[in-house]
Design a protein around this ligand. Structure first.
Ligand code: SDX
Length: 441
């Protein structure tokens, strides 16, 4: 990937009576960056930015977010247009290659993904090692991490051909692995993928078909899920994507990097929020209990947070939440469960939160996870599968960002530093000379 940052001036740092200049760069859009790669060499000082709230970790051409304006673009295309007009594999092609495919490119890509949806027969043995009540995300981390043990022929990251095979295998096998995790957790037989179904219909069938009877995919529902997958596909340098990049920067194989991303996504502050948001709505239960939870969310001494609200970047509405909310209503209408009590609670909670000055002042708006839980539950998925579905979709973003990093000529192993405030140098103290405890005498 060729750098396309444009010089936009310099900043001067005065330290210990010396001045140091650092270049300022601008990109296509969004905040400029100060290039401080030589800061330590020139000044002997580090920057300090826990949580990386003001740090750009890389140059990327894949996704652009404007948190103030509520903008999300995949390779320049607005997320709502892609969700409404495209489909999962076309958007996957776009994220991987930078352009929408022509007819031939699309057919070749679909064929390649379809031909990789099956998993090695012995991979099934991994599932039987888990308890049936294992959280499906625990299974995903384990099974995806083990893929490199089965696909040695696509782990050489310096071989572009092997990288392409690994990328297609990862995208193709995630639905199969995820569906198997679900089937295992409910004690049902695994269902093979079918080559005559589209990506998301195939996944729904592998989840909901039972061997004893045929299963007809409801196109309205699989289209809604396909849209939900598009919304979750990538999101710039979020925690799990940064985890994948950091793991990949050491040269780890792509399967291990994706397993690291799955582990990071699992956290309730990140991808685990959809499961946590639904659990929260179920705990609230009825609209009359909403004020009690709003009060708790504002109470600093109470660890409770309103799951599905707030975002590190979006300080206005999460544009995905807008599309997610619409998809939620479409699914509930299609299923005739419009009066779903949790939806009523969710809509009332959203209304109250958006009027409450605490949430307005702190710019805490519903994020993508707020409505996804209700929708996924209506589609028939259990709560503990919600983050698995998030991981299935985000695998495309993770592998596209990993690929961009590997192809970046400036790429090097990620190795942040720290500010040390521990004990100064001191000599070892033999036990008999240490501070005596009553029990030591
Ligand atoms: C995802 O990064 C990504 O792009 C993530 C993601 C993606 O696609 O990859 O978009 C997916 O992870 C969406 C976010 C899902 N998480 C949740 O819904 C969990 C609930 N939200 C919070 O945990 C929180 O809002 C975060 C983690 C999402 C954002 O945290 P920040 O930006 O670090 O903000 P913060 O924790 O510093 O909070 C700022 C203030 C604090 O109050 P003060 O200390 O300033 O007084 O807002 C408060 C927080 O206490 N606050 C909340 C709140 N979120 C923040 N108070 C109540 N409820 C909340 N949900």
């Amino acid at each position: 990937m060729k750098s396309e940052m444009k010089e936009a001036g310099t900043i001067t740092v005065n330290l210990d009576g010396e001045t140091h200049d650092f270049p300022l760069y601008k990109g296509t859009d969004g905040p400029a960056v100060f290039d401080i790669r030589s800061l330590y060499k020139q000044t002997g000082a580090f920057t300090f930015d826990p949580g990386f709230t003001s740090t750009a970790s890389c140059e990327s051409k894949i996704t652009y977010i404007d948190g103030e304006k509520g903008v999300l673009l995949y390779r320049g295309y607005p997320i709502d247009q892609l969700a409404e007009q495209s489909d999962f594999l076309e958007v996957a092609y776009l994220l991987l290659n930078g352009e929408l495919p022509d007819r031939g490119e699309r057919e070749r890509f679909d064929t390649s993904i379809t031909r990789h949806t099956m998993v090695h027969e012995q991979l099934k043995n991994f599932y039987s090692g888990f308890r049936r009540d294992a959280h499906p995300m625990a299974i995903m981390v384990g099974v995806v991490g083990a893929l490199s043990a089965f696909y040695h022929d696509s782990t050489d990251i310096n071989d572009p051909k092997q990288r392409l095979v690994a990328i297609h295998r990862m995208i193709a096998k995630m639905p199969t692995i995820a569906a198997m995790a679900y089937k295992y957790s409910i004690g049902q037989a695994f269902i093979f993928p079918r080559n005559d179904l589209d990506y998301t219909s195939n996944f729904m069938r592998m989840c909901f078909k039972v061997k004893a009877e045929d299963y007809e995919v409801n196109k309205v529902l699989s289209d809604a899920l396909d849209k939900i997958f598009i919304l979750h596909m990538d999101h710039e340098q979020n925690a799990s994507t940064s985890t994948v990049r950091l793991a990949g920067s050491s040269g780890a194989n792509p399967f291990a990097c994706i397993a690291a991303g799955i582990a990071s996504l699992w956290g309730p502050a990140h991808g685990g929020a959809n499961e946590a948001a639904l659990n929260m709505l179920e705990e609230i239960g009825t609209m009359d209990r909403i004020p009690e939870y709003i009060k708790r969310a504002k109470d600093k001494s109470d660890p409770f947070r309103l799951m599905g609200f707030g975002h590190r970047v979006y300080k206005n509405y999460d544009p995905r939440a807008t599309v997610m909310r619409k998809a939620c209503h479409e699914v509930l209408d299609a299923l005739g469960v419009r009066e779903e009590p949790l939806l009523q609670v969710a809509m009332e909670l959203e209304r109250i939160a958006l009027e409450d000055e605490y949430f307005v002042d702190k710019k805490l708006y519903p994020n993508i996870d707020f409505y996804s839980g209700i929708t996924l539950r209506a589609l028939g998925f259990p709560t503990d599968m919600f983050t698995v579905l998030f991981a299935l979709a985000r695998t495309v973003g993770w592998i596209a960002q990993w690929s961009e990093m590997i192809e970046d000529p400036g790429q090097k192993i990620g190795r942040p530093r720290q500010i040390y405030t521990g004990p100064a140098l001191r000599d070892y103290m033999p036990l008999h000379k240490r501070r005596l405890e009553p029990t030591d005498v």
